[in-house]
Design a protein. Structure first.
Ligand code: GLU
Length: 433
């Protein structure tokens, strides 16, 4: 087989959505799996609806997903070539001018069959088709025509795209035939539906690719999720990029519609948060803390990568997104905390001296481990004759502002002795008022 050349050909008329992201991913995976070439072609021939902002969004979305392209084209740069081929169709008697536009003549008799690699043979009677415009009166090409010229010129071997384009394909095949060109192979990927089996939309939680970044989804998770929207490998759910490249091929693509499930995406994201290398997760957490306004860059820098990574290790136990993790990161950062009201109630006057005593004993330690924190708390409880069941929640609230969180002693050791001591003293003083 000739070396694989595939393309992702978005129209830059809006954001890149889930469906477009999946089409891009399937093409990229197909190219990488077969050691082929992944081409990005911006189909901006409709100049009234295409915007530079949308083009930038497409680039940014693909970069965020990690889908690197080997070649990139803008269709508007190829207008001369489109006009040249249109003129050739006129010479061959396959196209004619009417009302300033150029029309392709669809044969009246016979039928065209698309031998689709996924949908099987799809046959259309020519009597069902009308002649189609290939060049508008302003000389700009229409999608079906520009697509054929470009797929041919770019040596595309496989057209992998959404099933919504299946009814364009017979017209495109007729154009190939009229030009005496060999068509590529076609694989139309089944639609994506909402959980209620209606057309996928925002109300199903489906947004643009970059919306997922905003929600704190990892690119690893979205890539995994998009791959599973219409492709499967046994009953495996979690796939790394490398595994996908190794395993992805057209026979694994399902032939019925895929169903979008936002809960599954959240589950996958949590899986990926737990698998991520902690240095990287710490970096992502730091960025997100700043982006969410939880703290400023200087505070994050002062904390440093090691502490960020340790905080990330605890926060990812419960946080399903980077947003949830960042929004719960305040206790790990220096500075005062706002205590949740039901937490304040735990800091009774009775416990005040105990908090001060814990602070005193912690102060003498350097880099106490979780186990050392535990023995300090046990010791204070014993010596002051109070229950650890009363002391531990009070310490947690004083140090983290809330009653929920990871294991207390891990939490204390990650927050570190300086902050722990200062918050315990603050809480002890508060009770004096
Ligand atoms: N520009 C078309 C779209 O965005 C591309 C269709 C194709 O892949 O041929 O839907």
């Amino acid at each position: 087989m000739d070396s694989v050349r595939v393309r992702f050909a978005p129209s830059p008329t809006g954001y890149l959505h889930v469906g477009g992201g999946r089409t891009a991913l399937f093409n990229w995976l197909y190219a990488r799996h077969h050691g082929g070439t992944f081409i990005l072609r911006i189909e901006d021939t409709d100049r009234t609806r295409s915007t530079d902002e949308a083009i930038e969004q497409i680039f940014a979305s693909l970069r965020w997903l990690g889908l690197d392209w080997d070649e990139v084209y803008r269709q508007t740069d190829r207008f001369d070539r489109h006009r040249e081929v249109a003129a050739e169709l006129v010479r061959r008697g396959a196209a004619y001018e009417s009302e300033g536009a150029l029309w392709f003549r669809v044969p009246k008799e016979g039928a065209t069959t698309v031998p689709d690699l996924l949908a099987g043979d799809v046959t259309v009677q020519h009597s069902e088709l009308k002649d189609l415009v290939i060049l508008r009166s302003d000389g700009t090409p229409i999608y079906n025509f520009a697509c054929v010229v470009d797929d041919h010129d770019m040596g595309i071997t496989h057209v992998i795209r959404g099933a919504e384009h299946l009814n364009n394909t017979p017209k495109q095949l007729l154009l190939y035939q009229a030009l005496g060109w060999e068509p590529p192979l076609f694989a139309h990927v089944p639609l994506i539906l909402g959980p209620d089996r209606s057309k996928l939309s925002k109300r199903h939680g489906a947004g643009s690719v970059l919306d997922y970044d905003e929600r704190g989804i990892l690119p690893e998770a979205l890539v995994n999720f998009l791959a599973r929207l219409g492709w499967s490998h046994g009953d495996q759910e979690v796939f790394s990029r490398e595994e996908l490249v190794a395993l992805f091929d057209l026979p694994g693509v399902n032939t019925s519609a895929a169903v979008f499930d936002d809960e599954k995406l959240m589950w996958l994201n949590h899986e990926w948060l737990r698998r991520l290398d902690l240095d990287r997760l710490g970096r992502l957490l730091g960025e997100r803390i700043v982006r969410r306004g939880v703290a400023d860059q200087a505070t994050v820098d002062a904390l440093g990568p090691t502490k960020l990574a340790r905080a990330a290790a605890l926060l990812r136990e419960r946080g399903r997104t980077l947003v949830e993790m960042a929004d719960r990161a305040r206790p790990y950062l220096p500075g005062d905390l706002d205590l949740v009201p039901e937490a304040e109630a735990l800091l009774t006057a009775e416990l005040r001296p105990a908090l001060a005593e814990v602070a005193r004993r912690v102060e003498g330690l350097s880099q106490p481990s979780a186990a050392e924190f535990e023995s300090v708390l046990q010791g204070v409880a014993r010596d002051l004759g109070i229950s650890i069941k009363a002391l531990a929640p009070a310490v947690r609230v004083a140090v983290s502002g809330t009653r929920v969180g990871p294991g207390l002693y891990d939490l204390l050791s990650v927050i570190g002795p300086e902050i722990v001591v200062s918050r315990l003293r603050g809480a002890a003083r508060k009770e004096e008022r």
